[in-house]
Each structure stands twice: as structure tokens, then as C-alpha cells.
Design a binder for this molecule. Structure first.
Ligand code: ZN
Length: 171
């Protein structure tokens, strides 16, 4: 595409469309980048200043924000699997120690029991940390383990339909 055509094309776009292009700059050709810069200058748009607002408007769920999505996924995993993850190692160690070393005077079995208890504590501690650290990316409210932000209603998942499809896969 000729640079004059590009300039005309950008002229017809809305501010938001221009900002979106600026955000995904890496995918543009050098000519397109130049035309985009000209258009940003013409409109007196400071893309660095406006970009966060644009991103904010495009957040439709926790899953749209990579860092937050990772935390939310870990939190959900722990809520679902905390028994095997946190408690099972302790039970297994306790069982082995009582079964195989019932009269042992060595301290080593005790160390294993202690280590598995530390693990249990760490998993529970991390779950609590996630509970408090997971904040709504739109309003900053504590998200907790709910499916929706209790302040602005931002859903945890991208769409309810998507969740239904996933649960169908498991049933
Ligand atoms: Zn919120």
C-alpha cells in the first residue's frame, strides 16, 4: 500500500482504532508506522498517556489481563485441589512413618513429618495470599474467590458460554 493511501486510511479511523494500531505497532510495516506517527501527531494524541485507558476499556474479564489471569488460575486450582496438594503429602508421610518406623528412635522420620507440615502450611499460606492479592484489574477491589467482582461486576471468566463448554468436556 502506498503511504498516501495509508495516510488516508488512518485519517478515516477513530481515535480508539488509531490507538489500537499504535499498541500493536510491531505488526505494522515501516511505512505504516510512519503514517501512524504522523496521524498521532496530527491528532495530538499522546499514545503513552491514552493507552492504559484503552486497555482498561477492553478488559471484559480477569482472563483478559495476563498477570491477573495467572493468579486467578492458580487460585482456582488450589481451591479445587487443596486437599491432595496440601494435605496428602502429610498423610502419606505420616502413614509411612507410623507403618515402617513405629519404634524408630531416629529423628529422621520426624523431620519428614515436619517438612510435610511446612509444605501444608505453605500451600495454605499461598492460598490466603492469593485471596488477598487478587484484585479486580478494573476497579482495584479485592476479588476473593467469587465468580464476579463484587464492586464492578467484572466476571472471572471470559464468557459463561465458554465455561459451560469446558464443563461439558468433563462430563
Ligand atoms: Zn471490579
Amino acid at each position: 500500500m502506498k503511504s498516501r493511501d495509508l495516510a488516508q486510511e488512518y485519517l478515516d479511523k477513530t481515535d480508539d482504532e488509531i490507538l489500537r494500531l499504535a499498541r500493536d505497532r510491531a505488526q505494522l510495516t515501516p511505512e505504516a508506522n510512519t503514517a501512524l506517527n504522523d496521524e498521532l501527531t496530527r491528532r495530538r494524541i499522546d499514545s503513552k498517556e491514552r493507552m492504559p485507558a484503552l486497555d482498561q476499556a477492553e478488559i471484559r474479564s480477569l482472563e483478559d489481563v495476563p498477570g491477573v489471569a495467572r493468579m486467578a488460575a492458580r487460585q482456582e486450582f488450589l481451591l479445587r485441589w487443596y486437599k491432595p496438594v496440601a494435605i496428602a503429602p502429610f498423610m502419606v508421610v505420616l502413614f509411612i512413618v507410623l507403618r515402617l518406623f513405629p519404634k524408630s528412635t531416629s529423628r529422621i522420620p520426624i523431620y519428614f513429618v515436619f517438612a510435610s507440615l511446612v509444605w501444608t502450611g505453605a500451600v495454605i499460606g499461598y492460598s490466603f495470599f492469593l485471596m488477598f492479592a487478587l484484585r479486580c484489574p478494573v476497579c482495584g477491589w479485592r476479588f476473593g474467590s467469587r465468580d464476579k467482582c463484587s464492586s464492578c461486576g467484572l466476571p472471572r471468566h471470559r464468557s459463561i458460554a465458554g465455561v459451560d463448554e469446558i464443563s461439558k468436556m468433563w462430563t
